[in-house]
Design a protein around this ligand. Structure first.
Ligand code: FMN
Length: 196
């Protein structure tokens, strides 16, 4: 069975740059045989958090929330494409993730940070590490950090320049790490129900 990998991206900006990284990751995971899907927070367009998914009576959550809950529950692994705003996380993606809790549990997550600058979103990546751990995901140690995001892809969406080349080099080991944990967690969930 192919690993089902959800790639989360959360910029709402009109001129957003990270979408090319998110879309490239979907293609790169698919080329490795995974079933990869982009979850673009702007397209899902959840409202600012009022009621979490679990706070809706069963079967009465808004359709977008219900559909996303089902995708999260049935995924094997998550990738968070983390842009950096003022040394922190992007609010659109944080808002989307906060709608869920138990749906995330018992699966691995990996972080791909990016930014316009040389630090490649490392500070946002650090923040996401704690957030994802708190939400019950096992955060794998492999990370990818793409600096100079505005120049890291060419017009056709392929990695370009030094930063694009570094992404292409780093991806196989990153995906191997996440894939190993995805399969380990799936095997364990099949062998034994999660404790809570
Ligand atoms: C509100 C805001 C805050 C930003 N803060 C940082 C920052 O702290 N560090 C950084 O390297 N880049 C920062 N940037 C530049 C972003 O890395 C760059 O605009 C990037 O393209 C944002 O991702 P997006 O285009 O997918 O929205 C900031 C950009 C915005 C709009």
């Amino acid at each position: 069975m192919p690993d089902r990998v959800l790639i989360f991206y959360g910029s709402y900006r009109s001129d957003r740059q990270g979408i090319r990284l998110a879309e490239w990751l979907v293609r790169a995971f698919a080329e490795r045989g995974a079933s990869a899907e982009l979850i673009d927070a702007r397209a899902v367009d959840l409202p600012m958090l009022d009621r979490m998914y679990k706070e809706h009576p069963s079967g009465e959550a808004p359709p977008a929330l219900e559909a996303l809950a089902e995708k999260i529950r049935t995924a094997d692994a998550f990738v968070f494409v983390a842009g950096e705003y003022n040394w922190g996380v992007q609010p659109g993606l944080k808002n989307l993730t906060d709608h869920f809790l138990e749906e995330w549990y018992w699966r691995p997550a990996a972080i791909v940070s990016y930014s316009a600058g040389r630090f490649a979103g490392a500070r946002a990546g650090l923040a996401w590490h704690g957030i994802l751990s708190e939400m019950g995901m096992v955060v794998v140690s492999s990370t990818i950090a793409v600096g100079g995001i505005g120049h890291a892809f060419d017009a056709s969406g392929e990695p370009a320049g030094d930063n694009g080349a570094a992404l292409t080099r780093a991806f196989p080991r990153f995906a191997d790490d996440l894939g190993w944990w995805a399969q380990a967690a799936r095997a364990q969930r099949e062998r034994r129900d999660p404790p809570y």
